[in-house]
Design a binder for this molecule. Sequence first.
Ligand code: ADP
Ligand code: MG
Length: 275
Amino acid sequence: MTDTHPVTRVEALRKTYDHGRVVAVDDVSFEVAAGGSLGIVGESGSGKTTTARLIVGLEEPDAGRVFFDGRQIGTGGSRRLRRQRARTVQLVFQDPYQSLDPRQTVGDAVDEVLRLHTTLASSAFAKRRDELLGQVGLGTREAAALPRELSGGQRQRVAIARALAADPRLLVLDEAVAALDVSIQAQILNLLSEIRRETGVALIFVSHDLEVVRWVADDVVVMFRGSVVESGSTADVLENPEHPYTRLLLSSIPRLGWDPADVSQARRDFLAAVP
Ligand code: ADP
Ligand code: MG
């Protein structure tokens, strides 16, 4: 962690479903430095998405607290408060179709966020919209296009431009490159690192993929069954993993001479040893 103050801090978050029968998130704490980047990794079902939804306020925790700039934030509150929160933190999903209106052009989709979350006069929209689209590598041709006329990578760029239009301090990206080809993934990850450098926006990357996190996150938390089992600087954790689950995740990454049968066995051994 750097010594700048955290933009976001979560403290002992807990979230259950089904009347407490499913513990999705259990005693999760971490912080993200202003302008920093944190990866949240773990296999499917480990509680990553629930953690992301708690941070952005789409879910209310059973226990624990979420802070932005040292102030605690809840889900309720007035329209103005909710809008303030939306300006501070924006969420980008795996599938941008979830957030894009199929009948709305890319330019209009960005304008919509500018209208909602900024005090810009409408006359200033065009300039800001072009700036935002330029930031994610899209031009006037794409601005006039409908979502279905774009590739998956381009749609994810639009989703990122829309998120940035609110001028947030924190972007939470939940498996945001998981549906893209590897070469397109790399482009989007590079783009996000660039945007972080240029704008100072902090990033939380939620991913099942350790390689994605290695690429973009300064710090990492590893989640298993709703809990954080290991955390620290990404370089430290990935070079010298201390928790057996982190080692298991690392050994599951395909590489030369890699044997899936060994990994399956290691996984069974690990789960058998878990209380
Ligand atoms: P991840 O994103 O790491 O795959 P999730 O946060 O989506 O994990 O899920 C964590 C656990 O909580 C899983 O067991 C999942 O089935 C459960 N869960 C998540 N959302 C709900 C929900 N709305 N209702 C019931 N169970 C849920
Ligand atoms: Mg998820």
